[in-house]
Design a protein around this ligand. Structure first.
Ligand code: NAD
Length: 501
């Protein structure tokens, strides 16, 4: 009977039950031992793992939709399909299509004196990757990092969120059906388990969640010098150029703000509108919300807030703004029908939001949109730059000097021009934050590389100038030095006492 680091293969059955924090170290040992023992997965093996993952997603599609809806209180099948399942399938297909190219060795330049040697970069699997996920898109934010890590040839341990327990348990069962625990395993638990998980000596740790927890995770990972990718949150602004409050702009903003009831890391957090357009913006926002959700918050397509605690926090944000003098406007139709579904928070505009209001001080993560006005684009740029660097920045307007100025003078994880959130669906673009909105990126080639070790290899040729530079130094060493450092250097340096070669 084979043993992997002391764990006999028939013990694997025990990983079909939920694994909690204490067993996570044993799982890591198991995966690392398997990684070290077996050859690195080749192209076909990785492709086969991606195919297994794809098949599992399609086989469990309805269960995923049901579990997420039950965890949230309500979320429509369409929304889960569009915002999670399609994204996962697209990511798997993208990785599968590009895998051979991503895995290819990369030839690198060799300096003159090292010719006829060869240099290349090998993108090697790192080993065991830990993935920690949040609750807001509990499926795609687990499965896209998982697919990326598998494409890069790694083994993966996942820690989904405790706030979506049905989905987390479903993910555990799905993956246990498709992969042995030494390849992919799921650890279940809340913040305590998260803390223990982030302290494990992974070969890479990929965390998606809040900036606050991201700090703790990075600190824990630093104890073992584990490299991290941090996909965090923050306040993503939407800037509308003067005169560009139109149907296209409003549809896009309402879509980005109210998908998943605003519980999205890249949702437009607040709007910067030219002062002359403010009334028009408010009128059109209300009309567009009414068009999207004709039954108001009771609409089948409108998502619930994930927990009472999150619902109460949103209520507090609105009450704080109202108390401090903002104009709070209910933007949807029939708000009284919200009671038909659990925790339905109506779409809300906060006009005249100020910096001392909580709604402008923390990430909103709900269907509340504060509106601020600006007089010049410089003022809008300064406002963005006075705050932590956002995960996304959105601009609506012409592709003119104002737009270029905004792009040039602000730094954000990503940018959307005349759209919101669509950059996330571009598989070939890196997705990630900067500063307090994150570190590193995934999607695209960047994701594959984040989970690979770029190992530089130099192969010495049969003959090389470099061999002439060994001691005892002489004329050839002089020649090489003056060729590299210039004649002036050779003149200034007295090598003449050396014997000629
Ligand atoms: P969170 O930080 O509370 O939790 C994320 C994960 O960390 C969960 O698995 C949780 O169990 C774990 N965790 C909680 N406390 C921990 C601790 N002390 N130590 C270690 N792990 C711990 O985030 P959340 O509330 O689940 O998600 C919302 C946040 O995630 C928002 O800030 C949002 O912007 C961000 N987010 C970012 C992205 C992105 O791609 N950049 C995507 C979705 C959500």
């Amino acid at each position: 009977m084979s043993t992997l680091n002391g764990i006999r293969s028939h013990d694997f059955d025990r990983y079909l039950e939920p694994v909690h924090g204490a067993d996570a170290q044993a799982l890591l040992d198991l995966q690392r031992a398997a990684f070290l023992k077996e050859a690195r997965p080749d192209h076909d093996q990785r492709k086969a793992r991606l195919a297994l993952l794809r098949a599992a997603v399609l086989a469990y599609r309805s269960e995923v939709e049901e579990a997420i809806s039950a965890d949230f209180g309500h979320r429509s099948r369409h929304e889960t399909g569009i915002m999670e399942l399609v994204g996962v399938i697209q990511a798997i297909d993208y990785l599968t299509r590009n895998l051979r190219r991503f895995m290819r060795r990369e030839r690198r330049h060799v300096g003159f004196i090292y010719r006829s040697g060869r240099a290349y970069v090998e993108y090697q699997p790192k080993g065991v990757v830990g993935v920690m996920a949040p609750w807001n898109y509990p499926f795609s934010l687990t499965f896209i990092p998982l697919a990326t890590a598998l494409a890069a040839g790694n083994r993966v341990m996942l820690k989904p969120s405790e706030l979506t327990p049905r989905t987390s348990d479903l993910i555990r069962r799905m993956l246990a059906d498709s992969f042995p625990p030494e390849e992919v395993a799921v650890v279940i638990g809340g913040p305590d388990v998260g803390a223990a998980f982030s302290a494990l000596a992974f070969d890479h740790l990929f965390f998606t969640g809040s900036t606050q927890v991201g700090r703790k995770v990075m600190k824990a990972a630093s104890e073992n010098l584990v490299p991290v990718t941090l996909e965090l949150g923050g306040k993503s602004p939407v800037v509308v150029a003067r005169g560009h409050v139109d149907d296209r702009t409003m549809s896009s903003i309402v879509f980005g703000k109210l998908a998943n009831a605003g519980q999205m890391c890249v949702a437009p957090d607040y709007a910067l509108i030219h002062e002359h357009d403010r009334e028009e913006f408010v009128t059109q926002y209300k009309a567009t919300v009414a068009r999207f959700y004709p039954d108001g918050p009771a609409s089948e397509d409108y998502t619930s807030i994930v927990s009472d605690r999150h619902y109460d926090r949103l209520t507090l944000l609105v009450e704080d703004a109202r108390h401090k003098g903002a104009n709070v406007i209910a933007a949807g139709l029939k708000p009284e029908r919200a009671t038909g579904k659990p925790r339905t928070f109506p779409p809300t505009l906060i006009v005249g939001a100020r910096d001392d209001m909580m709604v402008m001080r923390e990430e909103i993560f709900g269907p509340i949109l504060p509106v601020r006005t600006y007089r010049t684009m410089d003022e809008a740029i300064d406002y963005v730059n006075r705050r932590p660097r956002p995960l996304a920045l959105y601009y609506f307007g012409a592709r003119d000097a104002e737009c270029e100025g905004l792009l040039e003078r602000t730094t954000s994880g990503n940018v959307g021009i005349n759209n919101t959130i669509m950059h996330v669906a571009q598989d070939d673009l890196p997705f990630g934050g900067v500063g307090s909105s994150g570190m590193g990126a995934y999607h695209g080639l960047e994701g594959f590389r984040a989970m690979s070790h770029a190992k530089g290899v130099f192969i010495q040729g049969r003959w090389s100038f470099a061999r002439l530079l060994h001691a005892p130094f002489g004329r050839l060493a002089n020649l090489a030095l003056s060729a590299t450092l210039g004649k002036a250097h050779a003149r200034a340096t007295d090598y003449s006492s050396k014997a000629s070669l």
